[in-house]
Write a protein that binds this ligand. Structure first.
Ligand SMILES: Cc1ncc(COP(=O)(O)O)c(C=O)c1O
Length: 377
């Protein structure tokens, strides 16, 4: 599948699992392409696909299927959501975000604040440990706060904030919570009912599915938000948020990927990834001339690590590794605030390596040998 490559680029997108590829092509081959709400068999099949996908994805995320919305990708869906939320905000209201977040959970809120006159503030993290500053968050969330936007896991340095505590702090002040679970969902079991967040977004292409987006919006909130929709579209439920004709073939594949992960068992998958990731992290920490950014331990983190070499720029490291068939990303990976708070914006960011299900111990050995080769030059 990976043609001899060691694929540490998984945090930017995974390869699709066979069952998802098959589901996509099977959908296209069945003759079911039509649209929703008709009186013939193919139209019924389209309705049934939406319903069964909401049900399976709801099971995967521990959420009420009535809140599962299907769309293009996390960024597009978040922009639509915050465009609606902007219409509910007024000057004096506050949105609290974090500096651990990917830009897709920063810019949409900033724009909503620009449109409405509300205030946008970001919670810092500790640059030494990579952990969110919970005391600062508690101070920033006041009775004027309408939304707290927080990541489930940093796409750059892996940190998983304590979501339960963030949600408790927000709800105590009457604020709603948006969780960006794009970098969390591939690695850890999510249970929205237990978490109690109001909105959670994830991207199936990060968990072995197709390029698509999934957003859970608490059903009563979904029905009440002034979303931008065309007049004939449904006034209630996910279809009021899902603009236009659904991408049925991607939705079929999304369902298959979610079912694959339910069967794979996220706790089992997490243990497998951790066993592969532990020597990778330890090896980088032990290598002289390598600096690891973010958490140095294995607790409450995604199996994603960022590092720099004293002797070489991140882009150059990525090029050298690519020459050895090792795929990594360099730069800020759109975690603009993370790179800025680490003081790495002007020096080219970091090199990021992430473990996903198909990365194994041999890949890690290749990777560490190659990095050590670069350091000793
Ligand atoms: C943590 C995180 N949030 C949001 C996004 C944006 O997701 P999408 O490409 O589905 O818009 C990414 C993409 O890399 C991400 O890693």
């Amino acid at each position: 599948m990976t043609d001899g490559w060691s694929r540490f680029d998984g945090p930017a997108g995974t390869q699709m699992v066979d069952v998802a590829i098959n589901a996509m092509t099977e959908w296209a081959a069945t003759g079911s392409n039509a649209n929703t709400g008709g009186y013939f068999a193919a139209a019924d099949a389209c309705d049934a696909l939406l319903e069964s996908t909401r049900s399976v994805v709801g099971e995967f995320l521990g959420a009420d299927p009535a809140g599962i919305c299907l769309g293009a990708n996390m960024t597009t869906m978040t922009m639509s959501l915050t465009r609606a939320i902007a219409r509910t905000l007024k000057p004096g209201d506050r949105i609290v975000g974090t500096r651990l977040d990917h830009e897709a959970n920063v810019s949409p809120w900033r724009i909503a604040c620009e449109l409405s006159g509300a205030e946008h503030v970001l919670t810092p993290f500790d640059p030494q440990t990579g952990r969110l500053d919970m005391a600062a968050l508690e101070k920033l969330v006041n009775d004027r706060t309408k939304w707290v936007a927080v990541t489930g896991a940093s796409n750059l340095i892996g940190t998983m904030p304590d979501l339960k505590s963030v949600i408790e702090i927000a709800h105590k002040q009457g604020a709603r919570v948006f969780v960006d679970a794009v970098a969390l969902a591939p690695h850890k079991q999510i249970n929205i009912r237990e978490l109690g967040c109001d909105v959670l977004a994830t991207s199936p292409y990060k968990w072995y599915g197709p390029h698509a987006g999934v957003m859970y919006i608490e059903p009563a909130l979904l029905d009440s938000l002034p979303v931008a929709k065309v007049r004939p579209a449904s006034d209630t439920g996910p279809r009021r948020f899902e603009t236009g004709t659904p991408n049925f073939e991607c939705i079929a594949a999304t369902q298959a990927a979610a079912r694959f992960l339910i069967e794979e068992d996220m706790q089992r998958l997490q243990a497998i990834e951790r066993a592969v990731f532990a020597p990778l992290l330890e090896g980088l920490l032990e290598t002289r001339g390598v600096r690891v950014w973010g958490p140095h331990d294995l607790e409450m983190r995604a199996p994603t690590v960022s590092f720099t070499l004293d002797s070489m720029s991140p882009d150059r490291v990525a090029q050298e590794l690519a020459a050895k068939k090792i795929a990594v990303w360099s730069g800020d990976s759109y975690a603009v605030e993370v790179a800025a708070q680490l003081g790495l914006t002007d020096s080219g960011g970091v090199v990021r390596a992430g473990v996903v299900r198909y990365v194994d111990n041999d890949d890690v050995n290749n990777f560490l040998t190659a990095v050590r080769g670069l350091v000793s030059r």
